[in-house]
Ligand binder design. Structure first.
Ligand SMILES: Cc1ncc(COP(=O)(O)O)c(C=O)c1O
Length: 399
């Protein structure tokens, strides 16, 4: 291994959302934070070097995405996912969440409905509502130890509701989270086809959040929704970013791929002057990550797989009350605490006050997340071990 992921590097005092807000968020500075979805690992050298090199030029004026940058995104999609895209399909935005909000604004009118699949990344709920739309929750089912989609319910979400005078449905879009945060599923091709066919049959657009697509901790392969068919390509907005993969979330950069010209123009027009521009240093980092970051990424994925196995073994051997939902993708793990018999609020209090760990409360991800919590395992193994020990000791006290 060239990179040392075991090194514990203090992030305190760096403006870190995870490490510098502990007392504000949890009311106790002894909490070990394992919530915000970024990594406690240093960024790959080639990315740091590229940013430093750009800073050797003393002018940091307004920036227009350049040819080799666009090509690096095109090549990444081809190399990683065998998806052939055109440079003109790419829109750079300062984040995936603002892009999803913009996509909703472009596709819907206030009062429309947008589908999501709870339990799911909590800002999805917010951006739908912030655009004056209603959340239509196509709750995932848990079957045979695995989260799966409920197609029957999805069909209903796009159909007229039973009423004396049924009105035409106002469901305009569905957000696909792939890999899914927090349940870690990487959706199979067949699952995505069934999902896409239902949404498209009813004239809906798929907003596919694929921000975690390169964090694969299983032997699965990520399949971009839009790469499955021309029809899917033309009726979707796909959100990619190097931010999770290369730990550069603080640089706020993402590439939104919109093959359909009308949809793309609608997106750009909805963005108006509100979305803002992406900084030149972020774009430099993105190109460097895509071109020169793979050695680091391959080592990272091995380390994350090691962390995941460590966590799986730890729970099985020491905290069997807690059921682990093994993720296929992402460095986030969904933990089922139902056996402790606590309400969501009680569990939240227990984790903070007794275990002294800062996880994400499951209910934040939707009603079906109640009784769960999400842990971030993208940290040195020693930090992970410390978090697990704290949970173990708190659970022991309950026995
Ligand atoms: C599924 C998903 N989408 C989007 C984001 C955040 O994206 P951004 O910081 O680019 O807005 C996250 C971060 O955790 C996420 O898990």
């Amino acid at each position: 291994m060239k990179y040392n992921f075991d090194a514990v590097i203090s992030r305190e005092g760096t403006g870190s959302m995870k490490w510098d807000t502990i007392e504000t968020v949890f009311g106790n500075k002894e909490i070990l934070p394992m919530w915000v979805a970024d990594m406690d690992f240093p960024v790959a050298e080639p990315i740091i070097d590229a940013v430093k090199k750009r800073l050797e030029h003393p002018i940091l004026g307004y920036t227009k995405p350049w040819k080799s940058l666009l090509e690096s995104v095109v090549e990444r999609m081809k190399k990683k996912f065998n998806w052939e895209i055109k440079p003109e399909w790419i829109v750079f935005t300062p984040g995936v969440v603002p892009a999803i909000s913009t996509a909703i604004k472009a596709i819907t009118h206030p009062g429309d409905e947008v589908v999501l699949q709870g339990p799911v990344y909590y800002p999805f709920w917010d951006v739908i509502r912030e655009n004056g739309c209603h959340v239509s929750n196509n709750t995932l089912k848990f079957e045979n130890g695995k989260y799966v989609m409920d197609y029957e319910d999805l069909e209903k979400k796009f159909s007229p509701k039973k009423a004396l005078f049924p009105k035409p449905p106002r469901t305009k879009a569905a957000i696909l989270c792939n890999p899914h945060n927090p349940v870690g599923r990487m959706w199979d091709k067949e699952e995505q086809i069934k999902f896409g066919e239902i949404v498209l049959k009813h004239g809906g657009v798929v907003i596919s959040d694929e921000i975690h697509s390169e964090i694969v901790v299983s032997n699965k392969k990520h399949i971009p929704f839009a790469s499955i068919s021309k029809e899917f390509e033309q009726n979707s907005i796909t959100c990619f970013s190097p931010s999770k993969t290369f730990n550069i979330a603080g640089l706020s950069v993402s590439s939104i791929i919109i093959p359909n010209k009308k949809l793309r123009e609608g997106f750009i027009s909805a963005a108006g002057h509100q979305l803002g521009k992406v900084s030149v240093l972020s774009l430099v980092a993105m190109e460097a990550a895509y071109r020169y970051g793979d050695e680091w990424l391959n080592e990272l994925l091995e380390y994350l797989k090691g962390n995941l196995q460590f966590l799986m073994n730890y729970f099985e051997e020491n905290i069997p009350e807690v059921k682990v939902i093994r993720p296929e993708g992402t460095y986030l793990v969904w933990l089922d605490f139902h056996a402790l018999g606590m309400s969501g609020e009680e569990l939240s209090k227990f984790l903070v006050e007794k275990a002294k760990v800062g996880l994400d409360d499951g209910y934040l991800f939707g009603p079906s997340g109640n009784g769960f919590a999400r842990i971030n395992i993208a940290c040195p193994r020693e930090t992970l071990k410390e978090g697990l020990k704290r949970i173990e000791s708190a659970v022991k006290d309950l026995r």
